[in-house]
Design a protein around this ligand. Sequence first.
Ligand SMILES: [Zn+2]
Length: 229
Amino acid sequence: MAVHLLFELLDLLLPTACAGCRTGRTQLCPVCRTALAATRAGPAGPQPAPPGLPPLHAAGPYADPVRRLLIAHKERGALRLAGPLGRALARAVHPLLDGRPVLLVPMPSTRRSVRARGHDPTLRLARAAARELRRGGHPVRAAPVLRHGRAVADQSGLTAAQRRTNLHGALVPRPGAARLLTGRQPVLVDDLVTTGATLAEAARALGALGHPPRGAATVAAAVRRRQPG
Ligand SMILES: [Zn+2]
C-alpha cells in the first residue's frame, strides 16, 4: 500500500487533528489549549459603538487559533470545544459580576441554523461559561430568553443607520422570559462581536422587557480592542 493511502486510511480511523492548528491527534492540542487559556479578557467595542450597546468585554481578538476553534465548534459540531471556549467566555463575563445573581442570555440562533448545524452553539457556550462561573462561586445561570421575531435583510452593504433600522424589533422575548429574569440581571453573551449591532438590538429587547442588560461578553472581538484601563 502506498504511504499516502495508508495516511488517508489512518486519518479516517484516528481522532481528528487539532481544530486550532490541524496537527496532532486530539481535537484541542496542548499548544492551542494554552493559547486559548492565555487570552486576556478586556473591554472591547466597535468604533463607533452602536447606540444602546452595553459595556462589552471580549476574551480575546478574533485571531487563530481562537478563530478556528470557534468555527469548528459552531459549524463542524466540535462539541468538546464548548468547555474550553466556555471557560474563555467566563473570563470575559467575570469583570461584569458583582455578587448579584446573573442570567447569561445567549444571542439567539435562527431555528433554521440550529436545524442545519444540529445544535445551538451560543447556548452551549453560555451554559459552559455559567458552569465555570458557578464553580468559582458566582450565582450565574444561562437560559435562552430571546428569539427572532421576524426575518431581517442581509446586513452586508448597509450603513450603520440602515443596520439599526433593519434590526429594530428583530429580537423578541421568548415565552417565560420575564420569569427567568426575575431577580437576575442579564448579561448578553455571544461567540463573536463584529459591529455590535445585534447585541445592541438584544439590549433594546431586554430593556423593553424591563431588564436592561448589565453588559455583554464574547469569546472574540473582530474589532480593535481598547486597551484595558
Ligand atoms: Zn492545536
